[in-house]
Design a protein. Structure first.
Length: 130
């Protein structure tokens, strides 16, 4: 298989591929987890013009996605790399719960399939942090 021709329109894509090739799995997963967390925070209305950006349905999906990603790679990466990501997920889960008019039952919140339930206002250690 030959690489694509180096056209000027393909240059940004080729640069992105080369950049990804230079990164390790930890850096790639971490960067994308942070992107998902940032998008979740935007959808929770935690940034400028929060009310205009707030979409709890999208926030739920994004939080579930990042929680599943962190849960899936945790055994391979270990606590050194996953603990900060787990803490970020917990913060997002708590922020989500605070935004709801009628909070989900414990265990039914976004991403709680992959983490312990997050009672309102309480930081609960992840089951793997023990």
């Amino acid at each position: 298989m030959q690489p694509p021709a180096d056209n000027s329109s393909d240059a940004p894509a080729l640069t992105a591929v080369r950049d990804l090739g230079e990164l390790g799995a930890v850096e790639i997963l971490g960067a994308h987890a942070v992107d998902l967390m940032t998008a979740s925070a935007v959808k929770l209305g935690l940034y400028e013009d929060g009310d205009a950006q707030r979409d709890l349905a999208d926030a739920r999906i994004l939080i579930c996605g990042v929680a599943g990603l962190v849960d899936a790679v945790a055994p391979l990466l270990g606590n050194q790399h996953t603990l900060p990501l787990r803490q970020g997920v917990k913060s997002l889960q708590e922020a989500f719960r605070a935004q709801q008019d009628h909070p989900d039952a414990p265990g039914n919140g976004p991403g709680e399939k992959y983490t312990r339930p997050q009672p309102a206002g309480t930081a609960v250690p992840d089951r793997r942090d023990r």
